[in-house]
Design a protein around this ligand. Structure first.
Ligand code: URA
Ligand code: SF4
Length: 229
């Protein structure tokens, strides 16, 4: 343990470069030792997407495929997210996608060699937060969408309940609007085909509300009635 402590600083803030830009942050995040997860993951998986995206999607942490490939939401949950975005009328190419925690946390399955996803704890979420704060500050999205409880509680507080407030516009100081919905993995984990279909439909319905909010903003800009805030 002593060794472990010696190589973990406790916060990603210790690795933020001077005069940060997205490329500089991405590069610096590769050497992050803010929490012990750097020893577990293959690589840091930083956010990706247009630097001026109007929408930022925030997941929990990279999964097995993301950890191997080094890109967010490229595994099964990512495929489902792509489909859901498309059906909701949001172009994934115009969205910045990132995670609350940038390293994959896992443990070896008892019976298989598979790496089983483990939820990041509060300390890990807090340690990683400076990367997310920097991404939000630089991209300055109009809308942030929290995918699942980890992202929602990281950005909206521990008392936020996705089940209660999903699909609703929430006020926050860092964007014009914040929405929360379930994590796409939860759709994949639904117990049977019927439950999966319903969970998928509900995820798309939440994302459609985000799409509507964005379209409203576009109309206001066209009419010149957008508030300058
Ligand atoms: N789940 C997440 O929360 N993020 C990813 O990048 C992949 C799966
Ligand atoms: Fe740094 Fe975040 Fe990785 Fe922890 S999870 S080492 S804080 S990038």
């Amino acid at each position: 343990m002593a060794v472990e402590h010696a190589i973990v600083t406790g916060s990603a803030a210790d690795f933020i470069p001077p005069r940060p830009s997205l490329p500089r942050l991405r590069e610096a995040s590769r050497g992050c030792r803010g929490c012990r997860l750097w020893m577990l993951g293959t690589q840091t998986v930083f956010g990706e997407g247009p630097g001026r995206a109007r929408v930022m999607l925030v997941g929990e942490q990279p999964g097995d495929q993301e950890d191997r490939q080094g890109h967010p939401f490229v595994g099964p949950a990512g495929r489902l997210l792509d489909e859901a975005l498309e059906e909701a009328g949001i172009d994934r190419g115009s969205v910045y996608v990132t995670n609350a925690v940038k390293h994959f946390k896992w443990e070896r399955g008892a019976k298989s060699k598979r790496r089983i996803h483990k939820k990041p704890n509060d300390g890990e979420i807090r340690a990683c937060r400076p990367w997310l704060d920097q991404e939000i500050a630089l991209v300055r999205p109009d809308v942030v969408v929290c995918l699942g409880a980890t992202a929602a509680q990281a950005l909206l507080g521990k008392s936020f309940r996705v089940t209660k407030s999903r699909g609703q516009k929430v006020a926050a100081p860092f964007a014009k609007a914040v929405f929360a919905t379930v994590h796409p993995s939860s759709v994949l984990r639904a117990p049977d085909a019927r439950a999966r279909k319903e969970a998928r439909r509900a995820l798309i319905a939440d994302l459609a509300k985000v799409a509507r909010f964005l379209r409203r903003g576009e109309r206001e800009v066209k009419r010149g009635t957008a508030r300058a805030d």
